[in-house]
Design a protein around this ligand. Structure first.
Ligand SMILES: [Ca+2]
Length: 252
C-alpha cells in the first residue's frame, strides 16, 4: 500500500493509492477538552498506522472517540513577576505564615526579575509558611505534576537551616481542603545555591485543585539562618500511574 500523509486541518489523513483514507482528527469541545477521532471512508484492507493501529477487514464507517487528553491548566503569574495588592505579594497567589514574600531585588533569579523569597533568618516561631494557588480548569481524574525551582541560600551552620519544603496538591471536598498528594524535601539534603526542581504529582479528587509550597522552619527559636528562593512554578500533565501488579496471593 502506498500511503501518503497530508495535513488536514487539526488532523492528519493517511491515504492509499486506491483513494481509501483514514483520517485522525483532534478537536476541542465546548469545555475545552481535546478529543481524538478516527474516521474511515469505506471498506478498507488491513492497515497499520505508525506501527500500532490495525484496522481489520470490515465494512466500516465509524467515528469513534478513542482518546481524551485535556490540556493542563495554566498557572497565574508562575514567575512571580506581577505584584498583588502589595509589592511583596505575588498576583494570583495566596499565602499564610510569615516572611514568604515576592522579592524584586533578590538574586539570583531563575527568570524575569522577581522571585518568592522565604526569609528563614527572620522567622520568629516554629510555624510553617506557605504560598498557594487555586487552579482554574483542573479536570477530575487527570494526573498533574506541580513543580517549582528552588535555590537554597544555606545558613552558616546546617543546624540553622529550614527543615522542609513540602510540595502539595489539594482538592476541596465538602468545603474542606483535602490532601491529594504531597512530596516532602529535606532542606539539609538539598545542594546550596544551584536551581533545582521540586515536584509533586497527583490526581485531583474532583475538578478543584490547589497547589501549595509549604516551608517548615527550624524548630529552635533564635538560631535560624539562611533563606530559600523560589521561581518559575509550573503545572503539567503527569504520566498516568500504572496499575499495580497483582500480588502473588491474588493470582492463586
Ligand atoms: Ca521570576
Amino acid at each position: 500500500m502506498g500511503g501518503v500523509l497530508s495535513g488536514h486541518g487539526m488532523g492528519i489523513v493517511v491515504s492509499t493509492n486506491d483513494g481509501e483514507h483514514v483520517s485522525i482528527n483532534w478537536f476541542r469541545n465546548a469545555t475545552g477538552k481535546f478529543h481524538q477521532s478516527v474516521e474511515m471512508n469505506r471498506i478498507i484492507r488491513p492497515v497499520v498506522i505508525f506501527g500500532c493501529v490495525v484496522i481489520p477487514m470490515a465494512t466500516l464507517f465509524a467515528k469513534v472517540s478513542i482518546l481524551e487528553v485535556p490540556p493542563p491548566p495554566k498557572l497565574v503569574n508562575p514567575s512571580f513577576e506581577d505584584p498583588g495588592d502589595a509589592t511583596d505579594r505575588a498576583a494570583g497567589w495566596g499565602r499564610w505564615g510569615d516572611w514568604f514574600n515576592r522579592e524584586e531585588g533578590w538574586t539570583p533569579v531563575h527568570s524575569g526579575h522577581c522571585i518568592l523569597g522565604y526569609h528563614h533568618w527572620q522567622i520568629q516561631t516554629p510555624n510553617a509558611s506557605a504560598v498557594y494557588q487555586d487552579v482554574t480548569g483542573a479536570v477530575k481524574g487527570t494526573p498533574y505534576t506541580f513543580g517549582v525551582y528552588l535555590s537554597v541560600d544555606k545558613a552558616k551552620e546546617p543546624t540553622k537551616d529550614a527543615q522542609t519544603v513540602e510540595m502539595r496538591l489539594e482538592s476541596t471536598v465538602d468545603g474542606r481542603q483535602t490532601v491529594v498528594a504531597s512530596a516532602l524535601y529535606q532542606v539539609a539534603n538539598l545542594p546550596a545555591d544551584a536551581w533545582q526542581k521540586l515536584m509533586v504529582s497527583g490526581t485531583p479528587t474532583n475538578d478543584t485543585l490547589r497547589v501549595l509550597i509549604i516551608v517548615t522552619p527550624s524548630p529552635v527559636n533564635g538560631t535560624r539562618g539562611g533563606a530559600l528562593r523560589f521561581d518559575d512554578a509550573f503545572l503539567d500533565l503527569a504520566p498516568a500511574t500504572p496499575s499495580p501488579l497483582p500480588s502473588p496471593s491474588a493470582t492463586q
